[in-house]
Design a protein around this ligand. Sequence first.
Ligand SMILES: [Zn+2]
Length: 309
Amino acid sequence: MVTLYLTHHACVEHDTGDFHPECADRLRAVQRVLEGEEFMLLHRQDAPPADREQLMRAHPESYVDRILGMVPGSGLRHIDMDTVMCPESGEAALRAAGAVVGAVDAVMTGGARNAFCAVRPPGHHAEIAQAMGFCLFNNVAVGALHARAVHGVQRIAVFDWDVHHGNGTQDIFQADPGLFYASTHEAGNFPNTGFSHERGVADNILNCPLPPGSTGDVFRSAVETAIEPAMRAFQPELVMISAGFDAHAHDPLAHMRLTVADYIWATQRMLAVADDLCSGRLVSVLEGGYDLPALAGCVRGHVRALMGV
Ligand SMILES: [Zn+2]
């Protein structure tokens, strides 16, 4: 069984302007590293575009229309200080969400054991009806809800190890006991949500804020003592990862001290959960990560772990 890699050139053409940390060079760095010979056995697929029905499982129709209607004909349009659109951003956003739909289809039908979606704009800050934090549509949530609607998956668990709390995914998941969201993130960083008392309707939200400056042993302890046991207790039929790599020690937007080895370890923990509970079905989706060499190194280790090499 293979690992599937989905990406799309439109995701590179999503232009956020000069000096924006969430820049096209991020995805170029990821794509370049995954072109290496060591990834020859990766199966590759162009991300399909998400359709309206797929987006509307996570967002109301009025929001989908509003976002797609805001795509500028030329130049850049700021949704807020951080969140920017260019003429190609609509297509990029559809491909980013569609990549996760395609990945879910592949792992649910046996076309792949697991999958990595190299996409931008990222998704985990996009709430039910609010774009923010570089995110337009919630890619992971669109994929999770597609798994339920089309493949009959009743229980889906997401581990979000991006250094920022995925307020958007929590917003979409928290009232639904069939969806589980767990997050490690830097306390006090953007968007300043994700407190441990936020538990969801059925303890289906698990937030593990970590102190700024935390090293890998603090992160690993949170995974071992809280995240992994809760995910196993939830008994998911599909495991998903919101794979941001901005808790790396070199990242300019945060103050954590993780290394490539920590991300490889966490990937292996999630693979073990998926192997034990749902035949290895796991879909990983790129979120943040803003130091280009660190991002490329983390993705290399993460995808090698997914491939089992
Ligand atoms: Zn982040």
